[in-house]
Design a protein around this ligand. Sequence first.
Ligand code: NAD
Length: 551
Amino acid sequence: MSGPRPVRAARGTELSTLGWQQEAALRMLQNNLDPEVAEHPDKLVVYGGTGKAARDWRSYDAMVRTLQTLKQDETMLVQSGRPVGVMQTHEWAPRVLLANSNLVGDWANWEEFRRLENLGLTMYGQMTAGSWIYIGTQGILQGTYETFAAVAAKKFGGTLAGTITLTAGLGGMGGAQPLAVTMNDGVAICIDVDPRAIDRRIEHRYLDVKADNLRHALQLAVEARDARKPLSIGLLGNAAELLPQMLAEGAPIDIVTDQTSAHDPLAYLPVGVDFDDMASYAAKDPAGFTTRARESMAKHVEAMVGFMDAGAEVFDYGNSIRGEAQLAGYDRAFAFPGFVPAYIRPLFCEGKGPFRWAALSGEASDIHKTDKAMLELFPENESLHRWIKMAGERVHFQGLPARICWLGYGERDKAGERFNEMVADGTLAAPLVIGRDHLDCGSVASPYRETEAMLDGSDAIADWPLLNAMVNVASGASWVSIHHGGGVGMGRSIHAGQVTVADGTALAGEKIRRVLTNDPGMGVIRHVDAGYDIAESVADERGVRVPMREG
Ligand code: NAD
């Protein structure tokens, strides 16, 4: 019987499949489960609470087996982490189509999801876990870096030097926060209940030091702040306990946010429960655990609102903690905004979002060569240059070497085509995969996060991610996915992803040009439709056709 075992993607140019498109899907599935990449690989959990790459080990084995024999004109269908069919399609079609965690509207809640999950019928795919393009904490690092840069620009004269940020959650995504703050020259206190999460971030150089206790953390923070030196400090404890305590003691905090796994009440530790008992308690009494977790989240959010009232810049970082606190009866939960309307939406209007690529060779030098190519391709883009330089120096690769940067409409296709040429002319040792997060400009409907407070009130319209997935299938992506519940939990989001392989062939070049134009194009048209001026200018300047504006 198949069971947990270490998984690692192959490196180099020897294929165990019938072509690079299939090989790429296989390596990226395996890379998601690499112990260097995944948070809990033995449980097939990649990140984000219980975001999985495969439903169970038998399904994983079946996907590997199927990918190894899949032909160039065949497509494997994956239903919530289990391969359910192979169909004859054609060369332009994706090699894999995935649908993860989708439920019919009235049934789209955690309770029903857990019931179905316990029956072995579904799995939680998060965003890039179930769609095989998670690249470790770097994946979120640039977005987090850009968000803190926007906070600095809005409130602190363009730098976080001399400020203290308070946050919690040092998991797969949240672990990017300390480095993103120090990259903006600030000081961060980062709380987590799991000592391993703290140690792991120190090991990966995302977090600088671990404090002995709250007092020690504050002392280190104030010293660094006064010296205007960047420093990130890990603090062991429960955020729902520590934040109210820090507020009551008048801790000098300038910025507050949170990235605990609040989207899933079974992944948020309630006050009064030992971390070591968390998993068994959640499994034994999910309803009781949920109630207590939500009560704790209400305390946590109440303290965040208290810091806001005291003058701090406070924002929800996309984990739905405001929604959970509201469910527990806290009526000021939405007093502070989500990070998208506060800082990110103007970028979405330009089709900008988290473009990423990974080197299937396994060689870091391939990524360094692509870094250089990016600097040459976009000489005028200063923030891109700053980011690529810092990432080259400070980002620790997890699993297959990879890079992320935010690129917009008219830029992603240019980068993708250049990468494909670099594979074709032998500059790179092997093909690249090019993908993105589902947290992108035109691929997600998520009223507590990416589509919060849309200008025309269209926050919950989920036609857009479905159109996004369909246009990527029609444009030649290598694998395409539609998910429900990523980021913010069941019932709160629908989103889509695509990954396209640059294998150096002319056909791949044609596909890349279309996919990497049309995919961010969805972001532009989505925001034109909602009435954003920036999106209208981008559409006019860069020639994005919007029928309702023609004639
Ligand atoms: P994760 O499960 O890997 O990590 C969550 C961490 O929170 C864990 O280390 C856990 O120990 C800690 N934690 C749980 N309860 C706690 C408590 N009461 N006090 C202190 N720490 C506690 O999850 P992740 O991948 O890091 O994602 C975190 C959240 O951020 C999720 O809700 C995710 O959906 C959201 N997210 C936001 C963005 C964004 O761009 N803003 C992107 C991805 C994910």
